[in-house]
Design a protein around this ligand. Structure first.
Ligand SMILES: Nc1ncnc2c1ncn2[C@@H]1O[C@H](COP(=O)(O)OP(=O)(O)O)[C@@H](O)[C@H]1O
Ligand SMILES: [Mg+2]
Length: 631
């Protein structure tokens, strides 16, 4: 499943037709290049300088043969050897200049590519922090991650190699051609006869190779997804003794990937031999026709030698230019995707700074007719209204998928309601800075996330700058101190990635301590005690009382024993509030809540409380008639 999805997206990514013209993308990329324009200009000049000095060397060889060696061979007059007195320094200077140009070019192009791409990556990451969670639930993490990583890398590769190659090899090719046509037009025509043929063959092969390369990439993405799936699900795999089946599934994907890469390599390694064969044919033509011209005295031996050398300068760049062209295509496509991310509308945004209403605490929370759907076409909660004030506790109860967490997500401003208003202290939350809202509320989820840091740092995360004493005090209050002291190293115990070296109950206790230290006015518990053992739950229940003192709270809990404490309980079903009241009121109502309660009580104690509907699922399947709301 995950495999199919990521394969699909990788393919969609690679084969998606680009819609924005190159010109527009470059114009926009220019703002990234602008601060390094000096590097770009110096770099390009150095590239041209390098290409030109590279072209002069063969010419100097021709001069040496024609003006020095041939006359000596013909006349035996060794006094001409003195000409090397100027030839050698000239050759050394030209070659040294060539190396110097290469150095300057490498340096400046590197500066250019590293800094511009760093800026691009920074912008992507900043944008990812800013955009709402919606983007994360719609897109896959892999695809999101690829913008600042793989895509930036592709832009970098083009800037560092592709661009340089295009200028160097373009200049070298052009220069070489100009020089040989200047040396002898007819021989040059013949010498370049194979060039268009080679270019055409390479172009065709390039198309096939690009397609094959994409297929390989797609398979590779599938392979990586499969690998992740295998590692993440290792426990389940082992528990169901399905290692062999998993390994087989992996092998199948792996075989496909290897086969695809083999084809890719087969094609791309054919480039060079093909160019070399064409060049060889060219050499034969030059030698055959060139020696005839030489015999007839139309060209010198030096010119013939120069032709053979220049052949390299216009044939070999064919391969590099083709690669550079591919790099250009990948780079520009990556740029398009990066800009697409940067252009993503920030859905939940702060009000304008001068219009933001400052809040210093949370006194009231009010939902007025709030409706919302992750997909606007599929509403998840409908017309939810409630008011919460002072240190009141609100309980949310309902079957899985009813919309309880969604309600909280809206309050935490991860999404905007589609209709209706959420008010804090009487102000529409849209007029309050997001950070201000969140500063006064804390959420404890069913499986709290701990960072791979020490226990101490994890608790301190709730209040950066808190002293060690404060950290320990918080842990003591929630009843976490005892078990922490039993850990090797105590508060310095290092939590591992994904909290794998600590139990869920312990994780919850640490997260309670972290929350207590943060001391929020509004505490939100979303199934915080659901996935733990009865003993730890007892500890947590006690911690909860301390945690809840003098605070406004919204509690979502499976165990109705936790909910009983609430001043008001909302029963939510299919995104609507169907019952509302205190525990006693709801029990008297004899609706969904009371049937829930009876069932849980029976399960836990074995004692049946008499009442009309004992199985809430029956009530649900029969289609709930919204029970009359208590005033
Ligand atoms: N990030 C999301 N993207 C799309 N749909 C979601 C998302 N989160 C929850 N849903 C859907 O919204 C509905 C309500 O979910 P939720 O509020 O998490 O229920 P619960 O009452 O169990 O907390 C469910 O149908 C769920 O599938
Ligand atoms: Mg939930």
């Amino acid at each position: 499943m995950a495999n199919e999805r990521s394969t699909f997206s990788a393919k969609a990514e690679e084969t998606k037709r680009r819609v924005i013209p190159d010109r527009v993308l470059w114009a926009r990329f220019d703002q990234y290049l602008r601060p390094y324009r000096k590097n770009l200009i110096i770099g390009c000049l150095a590239v041209v300088g390098g290409a030109l000095t590279g072209l002069v060397a063969p010419y100097l060889h021709a001069v040496a043969i024609n003006a020095i060696i041939s006359p000596i061979a013909a006349t035996g007059d060794t006094s001409r050897l003195s000409a090397f007195m100027w030839w050698v320094p000239l050759f050394v200077v030209v070659t040294a200049a060539n190396y110097l140009f290469q150095y300057i070019q490498t340096y400046h192009m590197r500066v250019l590519s590293e800094y511009t791409v760093q800026q691009l990556r920074d912008d992507c990451v900043a944008k990812l922090q800013e955009i709402s969670l919606k983007y994360f639930s719609e897109g896959e993490i892999g695809r999101i991650m690829s913008r600042p990583t793989t895509d930036s890398q592709q832009v970098r590769i083009f800037l560092r190699m592709g661009l340089t190659a295009m200028i160097t090899d373009g200049a070298s090719m052009l220069g070489g051609l100009v020089i040989i046509f200047f040396l002898n037009f007819r021989l040059a025509l013949l010498a370049t006869a194979m060039l268009p043929v080679a270019a055409l063959v390479l172009w065709g092969l390039g198309g096939v190779s690009r397609r094959q390369y994409r297929i390989s990439l797609t398979h590779l993405a599938g392979l990586i997804a499969k690998m992740q799936e295998n590692c993440a699900g290792m426990k389940v795999t082992k528990a169901f003794v399905k290692e062999e089946a998993m390994a087989k599934g992996f092998d199948a994907v792996n075989d496909k990937t290897v086969a695809a890469w083999k084809r890719t390599i087969l094609i791309s390694t054919a480039y060079l031999p093909i160019v070399q064969i064409m060049r060889l044919l060219g050499t034969v033509l030059i030698l055959w026709y060139g020696s005839m011209l030489y015999i007839h005295g139309e060209i010198s031996l030096g010119v013939l030698a120069a032709f053979l050398e220049y052949q390299f300068s216009y044939f070999m760049p064919l391969v590099t230019l083709l690669t550079a062209f591919d790099q250009y295509q990948s780079g520009i496509a990556a740029l398009e995707r990066i800009f697409d991310l940067l252009d993503t509308e920030v859905e939940v945004r702060d009000p304008a700074p001068d219009q933001a209403i400052p809040i210093h605490t949370i006194e009231t929370v009010r939902f007025e007719n709030v409706s919302f759907g992750y997909d606007p076409e599929v509403p998840v909660i409908h017309g939810v209204s409630f008011t919460l004030e002072g240190s009141k506790k609100l309980g949310l109860v309902g079957p899985t998928g009813a919309g309880k967490s969604t309600t909280i997500n809206l309050l935490e401003r991860f999404y905007n309601p589609l209709s209706g208003t959420i008010l804090i202290n009487g102000h529409d939350v849209r007029n309050i800075r997001i950070a201000d809202c969140r500063a006064h509320m804390s959420t404890v989820l069913q499986d709290s996330f701990l960072f791979p840091m020490s226990v101490r740092e994890n608790i301190r995360f709730g209040k950066p700058g808190a002293s060690d004493e404060e950290v320990i005090e918080a842990a003591k209050t929630v009843g976490a101190h005892e078990f922490i002291m039993r850990l090797p190293g105590g508060y310095d115990y290092l939590i591992q990635e994904e909290s794998s070296n600590i139990s869920i109950g312990q994780r919850q206790l640490i997260s309670f301590a972290r929350t207590l230290l943060a001391n929020p006015k509004l505490l939100i518990l979303d199934e915080a005690t659901s996935s733990i053992d009865p003993y730890t739950e007892l500890v947590l229940q006690r911690a909860l009382k301390k945690l809840l003192a003098n605070r406004m709270a919204i509690i979502i809990a499976h165990r109705l024993s936790t909910i009983r404490l609430c001043d008001e309980i909302l029963v939510i079903d299919h995104g609507r509030i169907v019952e509302k009241g205190t525990h006693d009121e709801l029990m008297r109502l004899n609706g969904l809540y009371s049937s829930f309660y009876r069932m849980q009580f029976k399960e836990e104690s074995g004692i049946e409380i008499p009442g009309p509907a004992t199985d809430p699922r029956q009530a649900l399947q029969g289609g709930l008639r919204p029970a009359p709301l208590q005033p």
